[in-house]
Design a protein around this ligand. Sequence first.
Ligand SMILES: Cc1cc2nc3c(=O)[nH]c(=O)nc-3n(C[C@H](O)[C@H](O)[C@H](O)COP(=O)(O)OP(=O)(O)OC[C@H]3O[C@@H](n4cnc5c(N)ncnc54)[C@H](O)[C@@H]3O)c2cc1C
Length: 461
Amino acid sequence: MALHSIIIGAGIAGLVTASHLQQAGRTILLLENSKHAGGVIKSLDADGFLIERGPNSLRGTHEFLDLLEELGLQDELVTGDATAPAYVYVDGALHAVPMSPPALIKTKLLSIGAKFRLLGEPFIKARREAGEESVASFIERRLGRQVLERLVSPFVSGVYAGDVEQLSVQASFAKLPEFEIAGGSILRGALRAMRAGRNGQATPKRSLRPYRLCSFRRGLEALPGRLAKSLGENFLREAQVTSIRDNNEANSSARFEVVFEHQGTRHTVAAATLIVATPADAAALLLKECAPEIASLIADIPYASLASVPLAYRQEQLARPLDGFGFLAPRSAGLRTLGSVWNSSLFPERAPAGWVCLTNYIGGATDREAITLSDDELIATVHQDLHKVLGLTGEPRRLPITRHQRALPQYILGHAARITAVEAALQNRTGLFLSGNYLRGISLGDSIKQAMQVAEKSCRC
Ligand SMILES: Cc1cc2nc3c(=O)[nH]c(=O)nc-3n(C[C@H](O)[C@H](O)[C@H](O)COP(=O)(O)OP(=O)(O)OC[C@H]3O[C@@H](n4cnc5c(N)ncnc54)[C@H](O)[C@@H]3O)c2cc1C
């Protein structure tokens, strides 16, 4: 008998879609080609240090909190201090990112000239040309060169491991150009949107303020772990999909036929809907025969590589307290490390007593060679940078390094148009859905929201 949905790929996107469909009473099968549930989400206990090999934390959204309630996982949730400052390393010192107008006036991160330039944003003429613009061009045009170099560029390294000259502002920060179009300036557009939101929206069901920085007691992997458990036998690991056929009969209860190998046996399953929730390159390979027009649109979405280099130190090796989220470094700061997340300051039980643990990132779109460095070279480079920034002395304690060859999709110029074309092509393929961080948003919060939307659409087929 045909299933309602087959889902391929058990990262957070595939797991959330599968779980929602199951809860809605649909028959499903989730196929993952590795042993692991959760994709890039991997938490590891290394000699009493709890390290994250992929994402470190997430910003709580209503969808995420609803999901926790559904899974009964609220008791495992840990929240960090949402007011903990994030720092930027500029001119040889750490500066807290200003989060309020008074902090912006006081900060030494920006020169007086740059602050005046920023305040002049509402008076800058809006762009007339159509088409996508780079993040660098947009920010420099509207907010000035220093805001680009000292605030936006490090932020883009931190979130996308990306290059501001290459990324499309329409794809990466869609709201900003929308504000410019709607209000003639970012500020006026944002104010208008805020007013419209206040007038038109029902009161939100909860305040998200306490959930700005979320994880779980034993690390982020608790979420995919619980999702995988809830799926029971409907989730198969180490399942290799060998072919997909679309028999092209809209509304057929067996429109998609998937052949896969599992534990040495070949299986054929059919379903009314197919959800491909793998990274873009894997999705393109899977869809090459049955949806070539979609496969060719997503096949060459570029990804940036990234190495995560956690290091531990004894408290007495620190010259200053780790009193914040961590720091980001602009490319002009003379460091090779992109940024450092101070895990043991964010959440409890990340390091044994007397120790601190920092997860440091190196590589990204502006440093493609970094991933090829040996462990010793990575550790030496990061330690030298931490010595400069934090005055750390002595030697670090080594913890397992993770190299992500294809860490994060890059929403480069043309990405917004590419995804619009993908969505148009999907309209002609009833029952076929894509899900994943290469479409519209790379954060865990975005991935969860999109995955729920895909489940709802699939339910309607
Ligand atoms: C180093 C790093 C740090 C990050 N930090 C943060 C952070 O702090 N906060 C935040 O919000 N976000 C962060 N992110 C982003 C976020 O973690 C990801 O965008 C999100 O987890 C991606 O989920 P996904 O399901 O789309 O893809 P993935 O996690 O890549 O999952 C895809 C799944 O598909 C499987 N698959 C691939 N090919 C096949 C196939 N042929 N058949 C079957 N299965 C297949 C894979 O094995 C994998 O399990 C980070 C990402 C990285 C890499």
